[in-house]
Design a binder for this molecule. Structure first.
Ligand code: GLY
Length: 579
């Protein structure tokens, strides 16, 4: 080789390398600036479309699909499968979720792809011989799993509203599972913390187990078994998951660990299109999730309960503001416990709960001088006619189609069982049923007959994917994980924008509080209340419980100029992107 040719090759090689480095840096810079803007409470703005999700890789996949001409539905499907790879603790295909859809023309729809109890499930399946609840059984291991709904949900969503080809939308997730992705610090910490659980429930081994060294930020996580599952879903759609190889792996896993999900349960699973709940708040139309989630009804009840009060005059997290919101929350969660359950099995008094007069009336007996003890608050009575870890993402495309989607395998890393051969974690969603009247679930929520276990029934949820309209136009796309705190986090984010005029990022960053009737206490994030506000409220009988964080809201606000302004939650690795 001549000296000149060698030099030219070296030059072009180093130019190519410099280009690769530049691209890497641009990507790193984008995420860095995103992290900075989150911390500084500065919203990012995009003109043609935006995605906000729990993981930078999933957000990047969604933005690529939008840039390729995909609509919000296409981006949603791609982000959902990408999260199954890069956010296995919650974004998993072994779980389920809910979504709200609003087309650019204003068509509204919602989908319930919540898990179902297996056909062999029974009301007392988590009680011992004395009738006492065996609390771990609904939370950990094979018996805690409901029949997964995510793949059926994504297929049904794509069939109705998708534009790009299905395979094109699953492909990025397949690539991420095959080639691997670098885990974040938060993920490394959580994987290390749960090593014993993974070993206990996966005696045949799983990719999440590290034998000698600990997980560290930046480690490459390659998921070969999951990649094969995604390939089958990519090529065969719903049958790639609910039948054949993957269904066999799930049923074999159930047999090994004493779980109940059968081949028939998998084959019979169908997602359900449902009519969204519609409410209003200070001139905004609230479009939100109906049962099987309690989230939408509870959110509208909360907004109706506080609408008569001058929150903006009092100020964000001022004592009067907090008092009114907490008293509303106490009453609404009492209703949730008694009245809400799977509408296919239980007559939910939806119309009654959503009446403005009812919710305003519920607030009539609260006393400015003294906290109402939860023991004195019961669910409303109606004449019957007949006889946290979850994840959320928001997407808007260039035409204004929007999706708000919350999805979960219940607590972080679900039941800790990774289906051998198929490579994904199963949910522990059975714990969202009321395993026994009055016995609290993982989130401390109690329930009764409405949410009792029955074969093929869906367990009650708090997930609250929500879209707001103003004057007939898209105004906000919002939602969050957080178990029982989902409803109150969405509530506060909406109030932060509408009453306190915050931009999207500030509204997401603002510190939150939460009351859920029982236990009778208000959970607060550090610095949510000033010491003076807290003392004033304590003097009235309110008790406070410090929690490190509440909610991880990912949301998009449409500004007056029609720009998409994002809010990615700084409490996690959440990332906004767009173009
Ligand atoms: N698994 C939490 C919820 O659905 O509310």
């Amino acid at each position: 080789m001549s000296k000149w040719l060698a030099m030219a090759l070296l030059l072009s090689f180093s130019q190519a390398n410099a280009q690769i480095e530049k691209e890497k840096n641009v990507k790193a810079f984008e995420f860095l600036s995103n992290a900075d803007s989150k911390k500084a409470g500065k919203a990012l703005e995009f003109k043609k479309g935006a995605v906000v999700s729990a993981h930078p890789e999933a957000t990047a996949v969604g933005v690529e699909i939008l840039k390729k001409g995909g609509n919000a539905v296409d981006a949603t499907v791609a982000v959902k499968f990408a999260l199954a790879v890069v956010y296995p603790n919650a974004g998993n295909i072994g779980g389920g979720g809910f979504l709200i859809y609003r087309s650019a023309k204003g068509e509204l729809n919602s989908m319930d792809f919540r898990e179902k109890a297996p056909a062999l499930a029974s009301k007392d399946m988590y009680l011992d011989a004395n009738g006492d609840a065996i609390s771990e059984k609904s939370k950990e291991g094979h018996l805690a799993a409901g029949v997964p709904g995510t793949v059926a949900g994504m297929v049904a969503l794509h069939q109705k509203y998708g534009r790009l080809k299905w395979a094109e939308l699953v492909e990025p997730a397949y690539q991420l599972a095959t080639k691997g992705f670098k885990i974040t610090k938060q993920q490394a910490n959580e994987l290390n913390r749960l090593q014993n659980k993974f070993k206990q429930f996966n005696p045949l081994g799983t990719v999440f187990i590290k034998q000698e060294v600990e997980w560290a930020a930046g480690d490459l996580l390659v998921q070969t078994e999951l990649a094969n599952t995604l390939k089958l879903i990519r090529d065969k759609g719903r049958a790639g998951f609910y039948e054949g190889e993957v269904a066999n792996f799930i049923v074999e896993e159930m047999k090994r660990g004493g779980g109940l999900i059968s081949k028939e349960d998998l084959k019979n699973y169908q997602a359900a299109w449902r009519t969204p709940i519609i409410g209003s708040y200070r001139g905004y139309k609230i479009i939100t999730m109906p049962p099987t989630s309690s989230g939408g009804i509870a959110l509208v009840q909360l907004l109706q309960s506080v609408e008569a009060f001058p929150l903006s005059k009092w100020g964000h997290n001022a004592d009067s503001t907090v008092q009114v919101m907490v008293e509303a929350e106490r009453r609404v969660y009492a209703d949730r416990a008694k009245h809400l359950g799977d509408p296919d099995f239980w007559k939910v008094p939806q119309k009654e709960l959503l009446q403005e007069a009812y919710n305003k009336g519920r607030m009539a007996n609260f006393n400015w001088n003294k906290a109402t003890p939860s023991s004195e608050v019961q669910a409303g009575e109606f004449a019957r006619k007949e006889s946290e870890e979850t994840t959320h993402f928001s997407v808007v495309d260039k035409d204004g189609n929007a999706i708000s989607l919350t999805t979960t395998i219940n607590t972080s890393y679900g039941n800790y069982v990774v289906v051998k051969g198929a490579g994904f974690l199963l949910n522990n969603e059975m714990d969202d049923f009321s395993v026994k009247p009055g016995v609290p679930n993982y989130f401390g929520l109690v329930g009764y007959e409405a949410n009792a276990i029955a074969p093929n029934k869906r367990m009650l949820s708090s997930m609250t994917p929500t879209i707001l309209e103003k004057d007939g136009k898209l105004a906000m796309v919002v939602g969050t994980p957080g178990g029982s705190t989902i409803i109150t986090s969405v509530f506060q984010t909406i109030v932060n924008v509408i009453d306190f005029g915050m931009d999207m990022q500030k509204a997401v960053n603002a510190k939150k509080f939460h009351h859920q009737w029982l236990p009778d206490r208000t959970d607060i994030e550090p610095d949510a209340l000033t010491p003076e506000v807290q003392q004033k409220l304590e003097a009235k009988g309110y008790t406070f419980y410090k929690r490190s964080s509440i909610g991880r809201v990912d949301a998009i606000l449409v500004t007056k100029k029609g720009i998409y302004q994002t809010g990615a939650d700084p409490r996690g690795d959440d990332t906004a992107g767009g173009w």
